[in-house]
Ligand binder design. Sequence first.
Ligand code: PGA
Length: 270
Amino acid sequence: MTKKLVVFNWKMNPQTLAEAKSLLSIFSTKYQTPNTEYIVCPPNIYLESLIRASAVAKGYGGLRFASQNTFSAIDGAYTGEISSKMLKNLGVEYVIIGHSERRAMGETDEIINKKVLTALKVGLKVILCVGEPSRPTTNNQQPTTKAKQYIKTQLQKDLKGIEKLSVVGGGSLVSNLTVAYEPIWAISSSKDSRQDTPEDATKIVNFIRNFLDTKYKILNTRILYGGSVNSKNISAFINKSEINGALVGHASIDKKEFTKILKILKINKI
Ligand code: PGA
């Protein structure tokens, strides 16, 4: 049985620290399961308090934290930015890079590439988001050659130079990479959000895995599904053996949905 990884991206929510703590408190011993690793990605401003709260509270043992973004340089005069080194020093373990909502705000593959390399160098684990913007409505929404080509180009640009990164004393930092396949047309912030199917998602996940294996010899990379995942469809996606977990967005900031998802993961025998 392979352990699944489920990432909860709270985006720019909630609006107060008290609400963030209350949301986090839903995660407790009763929902932990040896089958699943959990990562919560709150806004950066809450990270320190939530890490501290989870360290003192009982039952948060299986929980890790991620930032939703990082900056490309390690340090320097960059007003308003937060570095990967700062996140690492705070106890943050993961960072999401290249989320489609950030790409839509103008983040290019070149910037994403710099962020990926810097984050890995300082010891953060990277969750790199990739995914095609649209899929033809014809042909039963089958993954198209065009979508694969789009994702391949993103991976090539975003991971440029990754193979040269190695840990002092041997080993490869590349093992700290997770990829989230996030078809933009399926996520909730997309204008004409549509449902993906686990079967089609698996085809793209397999394509990403083959590409990473062949081009970079990156074996065993965890590949998550990050289209719109909620309590209704999470089992169908993560029960696919090729899909290593899920990136959940808006469903994880709704208390009822968050609780339902945790319950499902607890009872789900993946
Ligand atoms: P959503 O977002 O679950 O709100 O559709 C997905 C994501 O953040 O990738």
